[in-house]
Design a protein around this ligand. Structure first.
Ligand SMILES: [Fe+2]
Ligand SMILES: [Fe+2]
Length: 475
């Protein structure tokens, strides 16, 4: 991966672009890059495809652009490039978003790509595919924020994330996946997202983005992303629904936890699990913190979240849930039926867990201050000082999942969690009574979600987004 990034940087230098330094990007370099690189306003984002043989791409294009496509090659000079044609959707700003899926990719290979807006080519970027073992960065609440009283705020915050990402790349020796549990942008605006994905380094790592409540304040998450295995239903919110992908032996379920429709979530997870019997590990990513209980004012809503999500997570034997929203880093005990069934301590190794471990990471740009808080009874490991900037590196292998939590300032690991699982290991059986309970909470959640989604749509209209009701019903 380091070699790939090195080649990528060389290619871009040859093309005369201003490239962020591999380690820490300086403010002056960043300002020049944001202002002068023609790809920045396009917001090119590389996302996972349905499995390792695919990658999805999305970017913005001017209205009237007749064609979008991607050239893909196995060599940096783009020799023998293959063309992948895409589709376009109209955005709420009246221009277009390109959606292209690259298919037929081989495992453990390096590819180079350029995005064509009509005939205009982007810079050349690169990514590598992996086999069954790979490393992901798990982060959340990046919060790139477009603040009226500080026009440079979103640029500075995108720069800060880029520097955290660069440290993660350096520590991991090469990242294969980026998992983000929501609130990528504070207002869900295009300028937040295009700044977020501006660094060349991020265009070489498939970026799995869950929808946060803040992303839901704007319309652009919908246009900015190109999500695999996402088929819009009438019960989805405007910005996205549930989607999933497989990498190695892991099924990643990326859920919209802003949407209370438990019936739809349950059906989606069950179908995905059934369709991927070879996935030994099941990882669920969504925005809302379930067990932290660090913010008493949110507990009324959190109780409903726990009622809604616990049965879905337990019934489908989810191994690991990656969450955000509270901005308090934590690792839960092994939880089943809303209770701790095994204690998790600092640097624990858990074999064949009889339940789910829930992780919450801290915010990159909006960390909490103060030390006057306590964690709930299901939390195994927490932090004393939530103002520290943290990120997590997760090594996935067929036999183990190892999560290392890093303090960005020191660059040191402060907790390691290891989950191991034997082939064919048994998980608890889901009781018929809980299935009935899951149906009832799911149904009431659906009624709530219907009105809540409608409310969000009218909020978008009121905030000036040119969205149509028809978009709620089609992909
Ligand atoms: Fe947040
Ligand atoms: Fe949030």
């Amino acid at each position: 991966m380091k070699k790939t990034i090195g080649i990528l940087l060389s290619v871009l230098l040859l093309l005369g672009c201003v490239i962020p330094a591999a380690a820490v990007i300086l403010q002056t370099d960043w300002d020049v890059y944001l202002n002068e690189n023609a790809d920045v306003p396009k917001g090119i984002i590389l996302q996972p495809g349905r499995d390792e043989s695919e990658r999805n791409l999305s970017w913005y294009m001017p209205a009237g652009t007749e064609r979008c496509s991607v050239l893909l090659s196995e060599s940096a000079d783009m020799n023998g490039a293959k063309t992948f044609e895409g589709e376009t959707v109209r955005t709420s700003q009246g221009d277009l978003a390109a959606k292209v899926t690259l298919t037929g990719l081989a495992e453990n290979n390096t590819y180079y790509y350029t995005c064509l807006t009509g005939d205009e080519a982007s810079d050349v970027y690169s990514f590598s595919t992996t086999g069954d073992s790979f490393t992901a960065m798990y982060t959340t609440d990046i919060h790139v924020s477009d603040e009226d009283d500080d026009p440079d705020c979103y640029k500075n915050q995108a720069l800060f994330f880029s520097n955290v990402l660069n440290q993660a790349i350096e520590k991991s020796g090469g990242l294969d996946l980026l998992l983000s549990a929501g609130d990528q942008g504070t207002y869900g605006l295009r300028k937040e997202y295009t700044a977020l994905v501006a660094p060349a380094s991020i265009k070489g790592i498939p970026f799995a983005t869950a929808l946060g409540n803040h992303d839901r304040r704007g319309a652009d998450f919908r246009y900015f992303t190109n999500l695999p295995n996402h088929k819009r239903t009438p019960f989805d919110g405007f910005q996205c629904g549930d989607w999933c992908f497989v990498k190695g032996k892991v099924l990643f379920l990326v859920m919209d936890s802003n949407n209370g429709d438990g019936m739809a979530h349950s059906a989606f997870v069950k179908k995905a699990v059934k369709e991927h019997p070879d996935a030994k590990w099941r990882v669920l990513i969504m925005h809302h913190d379930m067990w932290g209980q660090t913010m008493p004012s949110r507990e009324q809503g959190n109780r409903m979240l726990r009622l809604l999500w616990s049965p879905i997570i337990d019934e489908n034997n989810i191994d690991l849930a990656l969450l955000g929203h509270s901005h308090y880093w934590s690792v839960s005990n092994v939880v089943y039926n809303r209770e701790s069934v095994q204690t998790v301590e600092k640097d624990s190794v858990i074999d064949n867990a009889q339940g789910t471990v829930y992780l919450v990471s801290g915010s990159i740009n909006h960390p909490r201050g103060g030390t006057d808080f306590t964690y709930g009874p299901n939390i195994g490991v927490g932090v004393e000082d939530p103002s520290r900037i943290v990120y997590n590196l997760i090594d996935f292998t067929p036999d183990a999942v190892t999560v290392k939590a890093y303090d960005y300032e020191t660059g040191e690991v402060f907790n390691t969690l290891t989950l191991t699982k034997a082939d064919g290991a048994e998980k608890p059986a889901f009781s018929p009574m809980r299935r009935v309970g899951r149906w009832f909470t799911g149904f009431f959640g659906r009624v709530y979600a219907f009105f809540n989604n409608l409310g969000n749509y009218f909020d978008l209209k009121e905030r000036g987004f040119d969205v149509s009701f028809g978009e709620m019903l089609k992909d």
